[in-house]
Write a protein that binds this ligand. Structure first.
Ligand SMILES: NC(=O)c1ccc[n+]([C@@H]2O[C@H](COP(=O)([O-])OP(=O)(O)OC[C@H]3O[C@@H](n4cnc5c(N)ncnc54)[C@H](O)[C@@H]3O)[C@@H](O)[C@H]2O)c1
Ligand SMILES: O=c1ccn([C@@H]2O[C@H](COP(=O)(O)OP(=O)(O)O[C@H]3O[C@H](CO)[C@@H](O)[C@H](O)[C@H]3O)[C@@H](O)[C@H]2O)c(=O)[nH]1
Length: 445
């Protein structure tokens, strides 16, 4: 089948490449000329495991193409995916300008029936708004064409985006139009062989399903962070509690890792957007408010621990930071807890020496040159000349460090671990102080 995808970010590029890989003819459209030029030349603008080989392979086979020409994109296919960003506005609501711009573009160029499939995360009711914008665009041209707007939210996780797209847990199709449903069933048939993963529902429920999924996962994390704070004050160990509750299949082991707060381009923005939606319909979302509030507080916890250790006197200190990306296996630093930590350290007068396996360029892009940030080439270079170490992202490379070397290198012999990577006995056996999340702190010896 022929498919057009508007937006070649984390969702659009991965979705486009995966659809091409199962044999569809995919044309990806983006307004970012440099991104499209890079993709045309076989350079992948984001770090996502497996994506480069998938894109290049399908490009060579002629099944995956990139353009900035929106008219070509609209002409290419009856099926048009929307995968553009929906960033948060200042009031927390989702900014729909990019989604609606594409809707207008489609209406300007369409010369036959179209099915617009929305993969962007959008508030309930957006499909109606997209349809209204398209109807107006067609009316302005004085032409009539059939179109349908379907909700088909995306559930991929960054760092595992290709695998998630190739093996989705479920495929939500929000439509009450049997013809659109049939087209999408045909498109997704290769993902649906083992058992039926397609769940069809009305458009509004599909739009809400996306927010409900992210809010549920964010709730699990904030709940666990709340328990971690309690555990610390009560002298209990949250990791033992995590294993204890996770073994109950009704609770499960997933998404109950306490840490430095959830980040990324989705949970923070989507919880805020759902809160905004609730308020618009005069409903006070007490639980979601608390999830968001706990996360705001949690993203300061690592800094608070460091500040408490130094009794607020951080001026002139050098802090090594391991991990800048919001999670492992991505270079994405949108809403990364590392940013809260570094910005608080800088405000307190400290210098940061940071290392991340793939997000160094992104950090350079965000912060540029500044005297209190040194981006270094290895975990070891980060700790050299530093007083203490803060771990923010749980990359594999940080999981088995040479504790003896750390004890000799860090002048204050202390690790602040925002991801609970180690059995506290290990750093302690080398005389290192170890301050983690929801577990008793160990003083340096
Ligand atoms: N990142 C994720 O893990 C993830 C997962 C599921 C859902 N989502 C949702 O999917 C949507 C896209 O997220 P993302 O992370 O891929 O965003 P992104 O910022 O990585 O990419 C968006 C792309 O859209 C392009 N764009 C903007 N306006 C355009 C236009 N008029 N025509 C063509 N392209 C245009 C931008 O240049 C950019 O390349 C968001 O709504 C997000 O909430 C994201
Ligand atoms: O037990 C956990 C699990 C995750 N996190 C944090 O939660 C954030 C989000 O992690 P994750 O969900 O793995 O990554 P995302 O790429 O943001 O994916 C989420 O957001 C996407 C965008 O909507 C959805 O498609 C995915 O299903 C959803 O998992 C990160 O900061 C993690 O460190 C924790 O603190 N504890």
């Amino acid at each position: 089948m022929k498919v057009t995808v508007f937006g070649t970010g984390y969702v659009g590029l991965v979705q486009g490449a995966v659809l091409a890989d199962i044999g569809h003819q995919v044309l990806c459209v983006d307004v970012d000329e440099s991104k499209v030029a890079a993709l045309q030349a076989g350079r992948i603008p984001i770090h996502e495991p497996g994506l480069d080989t998938l894109v290049i392979h399908n490009q060579r086979l002629g099944r995956l193409q990139f353009t900035t020409n929106a008219a070509d994109g609209v002409a290419h296919s009856e099926l048009i995916f929307l995968a553009v960003g929906t960033p948060p506005d200042e009031d927390g609501s989702a900014d729909l300008q990019y989604v609606l711009a594409v809707a207008k573009t489609i209406a300007q160029h369409m010369n036959g029936p179209r099915i617009v499939i929305n993969k962007s995360t959008v508030p309930v009711g957006t499909a109606d708004t997209v349809a209204a914008v398209m109807a107006q665009g067609l009316a302005e041209r004085g032409v009539q064409h059939r179109f349908d707007v379907v909700s088909n939210p995306e559930f991929l996780k960054e760092g595992a985006a290709v695998a998630d797209c190739q093996r989705p847990d479920r495929i939500i199709i929000g439509t009450d139009n049997p013809a659109s449903e049939a087209k999408l069933r045909e498109l997704y048939a290769p993902f649906n062989r083992n058992h039926d993963k397609i769940v069809v529902m009305d458009v509004k429920s599909a739009e809400l399903t996306k927010y409900a999924a992210n809010a549920m996962l964010a709730t699990k994390i904030s709940f666990m962070n709340e328990i971690a704070n309690l555990a610390e004050r009560l002298g209990a160990d949250v990791e033992a509690v995590r294993r204890g509750i996770g073994s109950d299949p009704r609770i499960g082991y997933h998404f109950i890792y306490p840490g430095a707060g959830y980040g990324g381009s989705c949970f923070p923005k989507d919880v805020k957007a759902l809160i905004h939606t609730a308020k618009q319909v005069d409903f006070e979302p007490l639980l979601l408010n608390a999830v968001e509030e706990r996360n705001q507080a949690q993203r300061n916890v690592l800094f608070e621990r460091i500040s408490a250790f130094y009794q607020g006197k951080l001026r002139g200190k050098t802090v090594a930071v391991w991990g800048l990306a919001f999670k492992p296996n991505t270079d994405d630093m949108r809403e990364a807890p590392s940013r809260n930590l570094m910005e608080a350290l800088w405000a307190a007068g400290a210098t940061v020496q940071a290392y991340d396996p793939v997000a160094m360029q992104e950090a350079q892009r965000i912060y540029g040159e500044r005297p209190d940030l040194k981006l270094v080439e290895s975990p070891l270079a980060a700790v050299q000349g530093a007083e203490c170490l803060a771990i923010v992202t749980e990359w594999q490379i940080f999981r088995a460090p040479d504790f003896e070397l750390l004890a000799q290198t860090l002048s204050d012999r202390v690790i602040f671990d925002g991801r609970n990577l180690f059995d506290p006995a290990l750093p302690a056996s080398h005389g290192l102080g170890y301050v983690s999340i929801g577990r008793p702190a160990i003083e340096p010896r």
